[in-house]
Design a protein around this ligand. Structure first.
Ligand SMILES: *[C@@H]1O[C@H](CO)[C@@H](O)[C@H](O)[C@H]1NC(C)=O
Ligand SMILES: *[C@@H]1O[C@H](CO)[C@@H](O)[C@H](O)[C@H]1NC(C)=O
Ligand SMILES: *[C@@H]1O[C@H](CO)[C@@H](O)[C@H](O)[C@H]1NC(C)=O
Ligand SMILES: *[C@@H]1O[C@H](CO)[C@@H](O)[C@H](O)[C@H]1NC(C)=O
Ligand SMILES: *[C@@H]1O[C@H](CO)[C@@H](O)[C@H](O)[C@H]1NC(C)=O
Ligand SMILES: *[C@@H]1O[C@H](CO)[C@@H](O)[C@H](O)[C@H]1NC(C)=O
Ligand SMILES: CC(=O)N[C@H]1CO[C@H](CO)[C@@H](O)[C@@H]1O
Length: 709
């Protein structure tokens, strides 16, 4: 039993709630009305005891004023203390000291006292200035099709590069900044004559030039005529070899041989070389003059006369029309004796260097990665295969991935790739930034796993949630994790609600362990408990519901226009006394309770009045027979705390009365007589509450009540 009692007691202490105000004592003044017997002294009366009057009474009293607690402010008298915050914005409200309750789209997650807008997609190079509204920093603009990521604005030309900071352009790989041109220009390893560097190690010949096969940085001029017997020095500019010339400026026909002197009976077929017309042959010692020749020919001989062939020296007659040369040294393979002691290689063969008898096959263009095995035929070296007739390329048995084959089974990776450690024939792309939750699929390009999304500008993969995480953040794979102090709402996977422990009473949980009181309730110093609020505060009562006071027992609301003021109730009217507590009349100063009553008080005269006198007010005796007024104890004035001024005033006043009194008394006596009034009471002087003279006007504030005159 005892233990239960202690528990109940401690619970009572815990739940004794206090509104967030502090109380300070102050001195105040009030005026109350007391009911008094107009004429005192009818002590033995049973029914008609004289009229009652209501008189005002001033007094000072101590009370307490309520001031707001630390962190709270009051805008006006009689309004509630409201908490103070740094800046809750227009949509937020200050919920408790330095704790904002932010509006939709705002958060106080960073600083509880300040509401800042919340942007679900983080603002990159931008400020979150309103809910889900990013504002780019100066020098930045939104990236295309993005409202939260901003990119720097390059004032300079940033083609083939990317803008890293406002007005700072970083050139792409393979490009470099040309400060004179103010742009990124490609870098080529070789200088290209008659061509331009149009990309990293990428060349383009000028018009009229074409790249040499296999050597793209070499550009050769092109002459449409092919420039036979000449050299194409510049596009369409064919410089004729010595002995050739453009006949009659016909450039398109190329260079024609020139014979000087001119051919006689022949045509000029090469510089200074005439071919004799049919039936003619050169005259001896002449290359331009032809003489008639033998019809059936006279090989290696001369037509001494038409149709008659005679062999030259060193030749022997083979047939009637043919002479054969004689070679002392035998001509080797693929060669023939064509003139005396002159071997001539077969077509497609040339002399071996330094020999005049041995011939070897000739390939018009040098065999690349191969050897010339027969005329015009290149045979590739082992490990190579033919690409063109004279050009062999290496063979990589496993084809190079993202690379090129540069030698037999030898790969070189493309720019931006590197060989994998396992297989040098497979090249993998290089991503300089870690892809995080993703895979590098091409140079500097990450491919994110599901549930992750690329973040600009690093390009790395970070968690992404389809649904907006409310009071939580995305941890990947579409999952939200609640902020501390929040709990996932049942049935939801992205909305977290604040948790208040213990739960809010007459309020709702709006922040972790922060309750917002319902309307009409106010915050207390107690955790999470809101109590009904009454303004002004209940006097002698308890605030039971918003704006409603429940009076303590014995108290009632006396004036409907002051519904917070509970007044004590005395069933029977208090006379010369005040109802200060329920059913308890408290005598005024200088009065004491009548022995037979609990509601009426009589004045005290000390020392007591003589037996033939009547105490009609505190320390005031009346000699009833002579109808004279006496002060039982004049010195008691000092006891009443009169100031010197008041004393002086009273003295003057009394002097006045002493002069006026007989006159007035006489008049009154005459009046009363004429009225045959039996009442013997003529004058009351109440030093505490003022003097009332018979027949004089009552003070305006007094009201006659009850028993009549
Ligand atoms: C009042 O009553 C008392 C006794 O009851 C009596 O002695 C006294 O004379 C009375 N006074 C007057 C003024 O009647
Ligand atoms: C919150 O912001 C206010 C105003 O800017 C500042 O005075 C206060 O120190 C901040 N509180 C914290 C915890 O940063
Ligand atoms: C963005 O925020 C920073 C710091 O909060 C501030 O200095 C700057 O002025 C803001 N810029 C814009 C464009 O609002
Ligand atoms: C031919 O041989 C000579 C000497 O034997 C040499 O100097 C020359 O370079 C060779 N020419 C070629 C094309 O091989
Ligand atoms: C809320 O306040 C009222 C008084 O207005 C009270 O009766 C009620 O029990 C309170 N609610 C809770 C849950 O305590
Ligand atoms: C009730 O209170 C109002 C304002 O305080 C006052 O003016 C009025 O006289 C009061 N009424 C009564 C009957 O006391
Ligand atoms: C110089 C010379 O031999 N001219 C000969 C050109 O051909 C004619 C006809 O065949 C001869 O008559 C010339 O003698």
């Amino acid at each position: 039993m005892w233990r239960i009692f202690v528990i109940c007691l401690s619970l009572g202490v815990v739940f004794k709630v206090q509104a967030c105000v502090d109380r300070v004592p102050v001195m105040k003044m009030r005026v109350s009305l007391v009911t008094m017997r107009k004429y005192q002294g009818l002590t033995n009366c049973t029914s008609d005891c004289g009229p009652l009057v209501v008189r005002p009474r001033k007094e000072t009293y101590m009370t307490v004023d309520e001031v707001c607690c630390d962190g709270y402010d009051r805008n006006d008298e009689d309004t509630e203390c409201v908490p103070r915050c740094a800046d809750c914005g227009e949509t937020g409200v200050c919920h408790s000291p330095s704790v904002c309750l932010c509006g939709n789209g705002y958060t106080n997650h960073v600083n509880r006292s300040v509401c800042v807008p919340e942007c679900s997609e983080p603002c990159v190079n931008a400020n979150c200035t309103a809910p889900d509204v990013c504002q780019c920093l100066e020098g930045y603009r939104f990236r295309s099709d993005s409202v939260n990521e901003c990119e720097p604005i390059c004032k300079v030309n940033c083609e083939n590069g990317h803008c890293e900071e406002p007005s700072k352009c970083i050139c792409n790989v393979g490009y470099q900044r040309d400060e004179k041109l103010q742009k990124c220009v490609p870098v080529c390893q070789d200088i290209c004559e008659h061509g331009d560097c149009v990309g990293p190690n990428e060349y383009k010949c000028h018009d009229g030039y074409e790249a040499r096969l296999g050597r793209p940085m070499k550009c050769d001029p092109v002459c449409s005529s092919g420039c036979p017997n000449g050299l194409c020095l510049e596009p369409e500019h064919c410089a004729c070899n010595l002995g050739y010339a453009h006949v009659e400026q016909r450039v398109s026909e190329g260079c024609q041989p020139v014979c000087q002197p001119g051919c006689v009976n022949g045509t000029c077929v090469s510089p200074g070389h005439c071919v004799c017309n049919e039936g003619h042959a050169y005259a001896d010692g002449s290359h331009n003059v032809c003489v008639p020749s033998c019809r059936s020919g006279c090989e290696h001989g001369f037509c001494s006369s038409p149709g008659r062939c005679e062999c030259h020296e060193g030749y022997v007659q083979l047939t009637a029309h043919r002479c054969a040369p004689v070679c002392q040294a035998a001509c080797g393979q693929n060669s023939r004796c064509t003139a005396p002691d002159t071997c001539t290689c077969d077509p497609g063969y040339v002399f071996v260097n330094g020999s005049t008898t041995q011939c070897e096959p000739h390939c018009p263009r040098t065999c690349k990665n191969g050897i010339c095995s027969s005329p015009g035929v290149c045979t590739c070296l082992s490990g190579y295969q033919a690409l063109l007739s004279f050009y062999c390329i290496p063979i990589c048995t496993r084809s190079c991935l993202h690379g090129s084959c540069v030698g037999p089974n030898q790969c070189r990776c493309f720019t931006g790739y590197r060989p994998t450690s396992e297989d040098p024939s497979i090249c993998e792309p290089i991503c300089s930034q870690d892809c995080g939750h993703g895979r590098c699929i091409a140079p500097e390009i990450c491919h994110c796993q599901e549930g992750y999304i690329k973040r600009w500008p690093t390009g790395s993969c970070e968690p992404h949630c389809q649904q907006k995480c409310i009071n939580s953040h995305c941890i990947g794979a579409g999952q939200c994790r609640c902020y501390e102090g929040y709990r996932m709402r049942a049935g939801s996977s992205s909305i977290c609600d604040p948790v208040c422990m213990p739960p809010c009473v007459n309020g709702s949980c709006v922040e972790p362990n922060q309750c917002a009181c319902s309307h009409g309730f106010e915050d207390t110093k107690q955790h999470n408990i809101c109590v009904p609020s009454c303004r002004p505060r209940c006097v002698n009562g308890r605030c039971s519901a918003p704006g409603q006071c429940d009076c303590n027992s014995g108290y009632l609301i006396a004036n409907a226009s002051q519904p917070h003021q509970c007044e004590p109730q005395c069933e029977k009217q208090c006379i010369n006394a005040e109802c200060l507590r329920p059913e308890e009349c408290v005598c005024l100063d200088g009065y004491r309770m009548l022995p037979s009553s609990t509601t009426e008080c009589e004045p005290i005269c000390s020392p007591p009045c003589d037996s033939n006198e009547l105490c009609i007010a505190p320390d005031l005796c009346e000699l009833s027979g002579r109808r004279f007024l006496f002060k039982a104890n004049p010195s008691s004035n000092v006891h009443h705390g009169f100031t010197r001024w008041s004393t002086l005033m009273l003295a003057v006043f009394l002097c006045l009365i002493l002069v006026m009194f007989p006159l007035l008394l006489m008049r009154e006596v005459q009046r009363r007589r004429s009225q045959k009034d039996k009442q013997q009471v003529h004058l009351i002087e109440n030093p505490t509450y003022g003097v009332i003279l018979p027949g004089s006007e009552e003070p305006l504030s007094e009201q006659e009540i009850g028993l009549g005159d």
